[in-house]
Design a protein. Structure first.
Length: 271
């Protein structure tokens, strides 16, 4: 029987499977929390001429409990550890003097130079990948793996900060009748949830106001001001389940295949 510890890529995939189980558990806990209706959206309508002006205000009645942060932290740990496992295993394969882990550096100072020296024996494709995800390459747009690293560091100190989120998506816009009565809609970015927030404004013809029923999908999201930040494409906080599954899939599809060829020539268990 093959020893599962003999192949670093196989071991990383097993860890990603375990992370996937953790994401499933988080999703169950999040759904149970959302089922308690921990927030409400208050709709106000005012008439201005022939149009109806809708305002949607998001009120937080209950914040996500610590257990949700703990569950997210478990997944973050396994995803981040999978990256360390791969880097450490390559170091062992190339017989690096001191087995390095994955480090991140904000600048190109001496500390970064010392880290590059640690991985100088690594195959060029691995060194190129490690260099490409460094925050010193694009400090204003950090790589997802650096964000994961920051979440991991935060989890070791206070657990990830989560928030309630109600996102709007055009495909979820609800209305009654044969045509869409919407004339204009603007969705505001979420911020600090200590105060009520106006999250959206819409304008429709007054005669169609009863047909306009937009949908806002409930989520549990990472703090908009935290390491995961806000999804720049849709302008909302990163929904936890979606975000973690994306990282899990990225490691499986983009990272492990880059490392795997170097484990085929030197088994993980060999000295």
């Amino acid at each position: 029987m093959a020893n599962p510890w003999d192949d670093a890529a196989h071991l990383a995939k097993r860890r990603l499977d375990w992370a996937g189980c953790g994401i499933d558990r988080f999703e169950v806990l999040a759904d149970a929390f959302l089922a308690t209706e921990p927030y409400e959206i208050v709709t106000e309508v005012e008439r201005e001429g022939q149009n109806a002006h809708f305002t949607y205000e998001f009120k937080v009645l209950q914040h996500p409990p610590p257990e949700l942060s703990f569950a997210a932290g478990d997944v973050i740990h396994n995803l981040r550890s999978a990256l360390d496992n791969l880097v450490w295993a390559v170091g062992r394969t190339v017989k690096a003097r001191k087995l390095p882990l994955l480090e991140f550096h904000l600048s190109t100072d001496d500390a970064f130079s010392r880290y590059l020296a640690k991985i100088r024996k690594f195959p060029d494709p691995i060194k190129d990948w490690i260099t490409s995800i460094q925050p010193n390459r694009a400090p204003n747009y950090p790589d997802m793996f650096y964000a994961l690293h920051l979440l991991w560091g935060g989890d070791k100190h206070r657990t990830p900060v989560l928030m309630a989120d109600a996102s709007y998506k055009p495909i979820e816009l609800g209305y009654v009748g044969e045509r869409q009565p919407l004339m204009k809609i603007r969705v505001n970015k979420f911020g600090d949830q200590k105060h009520d927030q106006k999250i959206a404004w819409a304008v429709v013809p007054w005669k169609d106001k009863d047909d306009f029923k937009p949908g806002f999908t409930p989520h549990v999201a990472f703090d908009a001001d935290g390491p995961a930040g806000t999804d720049r494409i849709v302008g909302r906080p990163q929904e936890v389940t979606e975000y973690l599954r994306h990282i899990q899939k990225s490691i499986l599809d983009r990272v492990i295949p880059r490392f795997e060829p170097y484990f085929a020539v030197s088994k993980f268990g060999e000295g």
